[in-house]
Design a protein around this ligand. Structure first.
Ligand SMILES: [Zn+2]
Length: 61
């Protein structure tokens, strides 16, 4: 029985829809406005924090 969920690098390319305009959701980390609509359900990160998170969670090697 193998789930075969190997340690491959999973890059989530699905991005939330960008807001057409304000109000924007604020970044959960630095509270800067993001590109996501305020109604977006989920974690919203500004481009800076998003990039940093991507670096942190990126597969090494
Ligand atoms: Zn941020």
């Amino acid at each position: 029985m193998s789930d075969d969920d190997g340690d491959y690098c999973l890059i989530d390319t699905a991005r939330p829809p960008k807001a057409d305009g304000p109000p924007y959701a604020e970044c959960v980390l630095c509270r800067e406005p993001t590109e996501y609509p305020e109604s977006y359900k989920g974690i919203t990160l500004c481009p800076v924090c998003e990039w940093q998170e991507a670096q942190r969670t990126a597969c090494s090697g």
